[in-house]
Design a protein around this ligand. Structure first.
Ligand SMILES: Nc1ncnc2c1ncn2[C@@H]1O[C@H](COP(=O)(O)OP(=O)(O)OP(=O)(O)O)[C@@H](O)[C@H]1O
Length: 519
């Protein structure tokens, strides 16, 4: 038995020849046009019975809210894995950027990639539309296949690609996303800077876990229980009609481990981190878009929220975000899109926050990251110096830690210094004693200033004087080095002069166009 397709293949040359003859000028003259038209239309009808019409699905880079379209991203990643083993395309891109270990292969526009999946022939093509100034206006993928396979393609094939993408995102560990502002345009209005912004990511190479974190043990346990409960309560959230999300406020001085705690949470939950710094001039609309472009099972970190939230709504620039815009992210309707989401706010100074941000129900858990305690110190010493059990200097260190405020970051810095355990711990003692001396100087100075009725920040003054002392010591050291035979003083002076000129130029450029500063 012949199949239709086989019959078509064998008869096609005869029909084609017949139509060519009918259409040739000589034959056309001999037969009436009505007859030749009829023959051609019959031929087309016959042809359409055997050739299958194509369907094309358009997958745009940005969704309706100008947020990134996950299918587009998944398809780009998927296509790049196909390139090395595909006969098509003939052109493709290859890249390796700073922090990446591997080469990344990517498709280029207008090159076809052909895939056969479950017997369906699929043709992929990337389209890039550019403006007169070569700026990219639009990017989309076209996926074409035979009509009749719509369900298989939409429900199985594309679904599989997205699933594969999500798995691969977590496969290499937690990813850290940060905001890339997109191309800088001089014509852009001075308000929003995020119009073309998108998230860019790297794998988070932070091996911190809760176990390695120096913080109050009870608080640590409470936090881990809270995260476990959150993960296991999908049904409860659904039953009570609450969005499956949780908010944490981490507050405490610089270097007490807020960022480390976020990394530990992400490693614990295997959630990606989206890191947003509010100093990036976002409008309310930007914030909504940014929120919508984050994925489920992720932690959205809003760092130093006091910097963004200290201005009230009236005093803000015209299209900069407002406090209510920020609150909408936490508990407004927009925040109910997606599930299994965590929002973390960090601040060095909780008192600076607008009370609206602290109202009950806004942030579910407040975590205070404090200065180093003896328990925290012992934990760090065990990790950094591999000390098992007790050490003779612990009592002295405990006494000193009760008296001065040092951050775990400062202690970590001391513990990283070279030398054996005893040398390093003695270094810690010296460091703490120095801080103790500074503290008593500040207390003494404060007393003096008070008695003279002078209102200045005594600690700041002591710190300033210590800094000056340090600088003076450095200057003496430079002088000593210059006098030694190894250093060519003239070369050095030339270099410093040159640097001064460059710094001045950079400062001037920044003054003329502040938007063209960093990045
Ligand atoms: N509680 C901690 N436990 C263990 N290590 C810590 C802790 N706090 C700080 N460190 C060490 O100090 C470094 C800096 O700390 P981290 O960036 O987490 O502090 P932070 O509170 O987020 O500071 P900032 O407010 O400046 O961002 C960390 O990489 C880590 O090595």
């Amino acid at each position: 038995m012949f199949t239709f397709r086989e019959m078509f293949t064998s008869l096609a040359p005869f029909f084609t020849a017949a139509v060519v003859i009918v259409l040739s000028p000589f034959v056309k003259e001999q037969i009436p046009s009505a007859v030749s038209n009829y023959l051609v239309s019959m031929y087309e009808k016959w042809l359409s019975r055997f050739s299958t019409p194509q369907v094309t699905v358009v997958i745009e880079e940005k969704g309706n809210f100008k947020t990134s379209n996950q299918i587009y991203e998944a398809a780009r990643a998927y296509l790049s894995t196909l390139i090395p083993n595909s006969t098509k395309p003939k052109r493709f891109k290859v890249n390796k950027e700073g922090m990446q270990n591997e080469l990344t292969i990517d498709i280029v526009d207008n090159e076809e990639v052909i895939v056969i999946s479950n017997g369906i022939r699929l043709k992929w093509k990337l389209h890039v539309e550019k403006g007169y100034d070569h700026r990219i206006l639009d990017r989309y993928l076209e996926l074409s296949f035979d009509k009749g396979f719509e369900n298989e393609v939409l429900e199985c094939y594309l679904h599989h690609i997205v699933q594969r993408y999500e798995n691969s995102q977590n496969y290499n560990g937690v990813r850290l996303y940060t905001r890339d502002k997109g191309p800088r345009l001089s014509s852009r209005p001075s308000g929003s800077h995020d119009e073309d912004g998108q998230w860019i990511s790297v794998v988070l190479k932070h091996s911190i876990t809760f176990e390695k974190l120096a913080m109050d043990p009870k608080q640590k346990e409470m936090l881990m229980d809270d995260l476990d409960r959150f993960l296991g309560r999908k049904d409860l959230y659904e039953n009570v009609g609450k969005t499956w999300k949780r908010g944490y406020l981490l507050y405490g001085p610089l270097g007490t481990g807020k960022s480390s705690l976020i990394a530990a949470m992400a490693n614990y939950l295997k959630f990606n981190i989206y890191d947003l710094n509010l100093s990036g001039r976002y409008s309310d609309e930007d914030l909504r878009r940014i929120l919508l472009s984050t994925t489920n099972r992720s932690i959205l970190v809003i760092e130093d929220v006091d910097c963004g939230a200290e201005l009230d709504d009236q005093r803000r620039e015209f299209d900069s975000f407002t406090l209510s815009g920020l609150l909408n992210i936490i508990d407004g309707l927009w925040s109910s899109c997606g599930e299994e989401r965590i929002i973390v706010f960090t601040t060095n100074d909780k008192d600076k926050l607008d009370p609206a941000l602290l109202r009950p129900g806004r942030m579910d858990v407040h975590v205070h990251m404090s200065y180093c305690t003896i328990d925290g110190f012992k934990l760090l010493a065990t990790k950094y110096l591999k000390i098992e059990g007790d050490h003779q200097l612990y009592r002295q260190i405990e006494g000193l830690l009760k008296n001065v405020e040092v951050t775990p970051a400062e202690i970590a810095e001391e513990l990283l210094k070279s030398g054996g355990t005893d040398v390093v711990l003695r270094g810690v003692v010296e460091f703490l004693e120095q801080r103790e001396r500074e503290k008593s100087k500040a207390v003494y100075l404060k007393k003096l200033l008070k008695s003279a009725d002078i209102d200045v920040d005594a600690e700041g003054l002591v710190e300033f004087l210590e800094q000056k002392k340090l600088e003076k010591a450095k200057a003496t050291e430079v002088e000593r080095l210059l006098k030694s035979a190894d250093i060519d003083a003239e070369e050095l002076v030339k270099f410093l002069k040159q640097k001064k000129v460059e710094d001045a130029k950079a400062a001037e450029a920044k003054r003329i166009n502040p938007n063209e500063s960093d990045g």
